[in-house]
Design a protein. Structure first.
Length: 427
């Protein structure tokens, strides 16, 4: 905290909401024990947490942080910039897209893979007068994996062409002409979706569009589904750099984002189940300092967005981002890309670490053959383990066979390749 004349701040990246809350509790206890009073810590996470071991019952981030008004959501960003707070403990929330120029240190207690490594550690790259160095202490990831994730983007990221800012308008025209939804349905949906209500009442306004979609022939269904997904992706990206000043585009974006899981055959009302897995403890190993050489990395030309179809990813690090998008489309509910990525990382990490999976991946020459073994059994076990940290997404997968099968298919190749690599490294 001595950097920037004592203004420097740090982020602690945890692997679950419960872990983030426990870090906060222990941090406060230690500060009180040592008599430190010059700064405080904040915790950031979505939803509510119950942790009987720590005496916490249905608490959101505002309940844990305290304050009047309670420190939650965007208010966390505001107060973290003040001198009173120096440490931010996060669980997916603020792990990507968070801008704090005073952030100089990061402590990582979570597995990071591919593009998530780049997005997370890049929270440190915001400039500030006098900011010449940053610090990362990583307890969970291998230095060579972090290096591999950063290499493609180190020198430069250039585009082979320009993305048309009118792409969203072009896609909307195509979607409107498909007559799957009525605009009054979009308006009614948006009124509930953007309200302060904390429920899923907006789902009722998706049903008619879903019924019209089912009346289309297969080719029309495929086209509408692709165009809807393209609109969501294009608006996510372009709205960050283009001021459309058009509330209707934002409403349609939210409507289609919630509609897409239904178009993949997902049940919109999964049955809730009880159960969670408690983390008993963990061990920190391999405390070393690494010098990562990025000069060997190769820059790659990036293709702009277009209204056409997609193409296969040749680079596995780029493919990871596409996998996360596919998983995102399968779940019903309001989830950030970071929350989906956190769930994906937790589940695949547990699957790949299983000895059965590594043995079978090594023994089978193709992913299809590998899938006939214990893959789905181990995947289900990994999803159950993820209930404590990613309850809503995990329960949807466990309660809906269609969702389970589709997610299993999306993850298959990545799990197979990671497991084969892990089995070779263990030799």
């Amino acid at each position: 905290m001595h950097l920037l004349n004592g203004q420097a701040k740090a982020m602690v990246v945890t692997d679950s909401r419960k872990a983030a809350v426990r870090y906060k509790q222990e941090f406060d206890k230690y500060m009180a024990k040592m008599g430190y009073q010059d700064f405080k810590a904040l915790v950031a996470y979505s939803g509510n947490i119950t942790d009987p071991e720590y005496g916490i019952q249905d608490a959101d981030e505002g309940d844990i942080n305290g304050g009047s008004p309670k420190l939650k959501d965007d208010l966390i960003k505001e107060v973290f910039h003040t001198d009173e707070y120096k440490v931010l403990l996060v669980a997916n929330k603020f792990q990507v897209g968070f801008d704090e120029p005073l952030l100089c240190g990061m402590y990582v207690d979570k597995r990071l893979d591919g593009v998530m490594s780049v997005q997370t550690l890049s929270r440190l790259n915001r400039i500030f007068p006098g900011k010449t160095k940053t610090f990362v202490l990583d307890f969970r990831n291998k230095a060579e994996d972090i290096l591999a994730a950063f290499e493609p983007y180190y020198r430069t990221a250039s585009l082979s062409g320009l993305t048309d800012r009118n792409l969203t308008h072009q896609l909307r025209e195509k979607l409107d002409n498909a007559h799957v939804y009525l605009w009054e349905e979009v308006e009614a949906f948006a009124k509930l979706y953007f309200s302060t209500r904390n429920d899923q009442a907006f789902q009722a306004h998706l049903k008619q569009a879903h019924e019209r979609f089912k009346d289309l022939v297969k080719e029309e269904q495929d086209l509408f589904r692709r165009d809807a997904a393209s609109y969501v992706s294009a608006y996510d990206f372009l709205s960050q750099i283009v001021d459309y000043d058009d509330p209707e585009m934002e409403k349609l974006h939210a409507f289609l984002k919630m509609l897409l899981p239904r178009l993949r055959g997902q049940d919109a009302d999964p049955v809730l189940i009880d159960g969670a897995v408690r983390l008993a403890g963990y061990k920190l190993v391999n405390k070393r300092e690494h010098a990562l050489d990025l000069e060997k990395g190769e820059s790659r030309t990036l293709d702009p967005m277009s209204s056409g179809g997609g193409q296969a990813w040749e680079d596995p690090r780029q493919k990871l981002s596409e996998i996360i998008k596919k998983i995102h489309s399968l779940f019903t509910g309001k989830y950030t890309d970071a929350e989906i990525a956190g769930w994906f990382t937790a589940v695949t990490g547990n699957v790949v670490a299983d000895e059965r999976i590594q043995v079978q991946a090594k023994a089978n020459p193709t992913a299809a053959q590998f899938a006939n073994g214990d893959y789905k059994t181990v995947l289900a076990e990994a999803v159950i383990k993820a209930l404590s940290s990613h309850h809503a997404m995990s329960e949807q997968m466990l309660q809906n066979p269609k969702v389970f099968e589709e997610v299993a298919e999306v993850l298959l190749t990545d799990v197979y390749e990671q497991a084969r690599t892990a089995s070779q490294a263990a030799q």
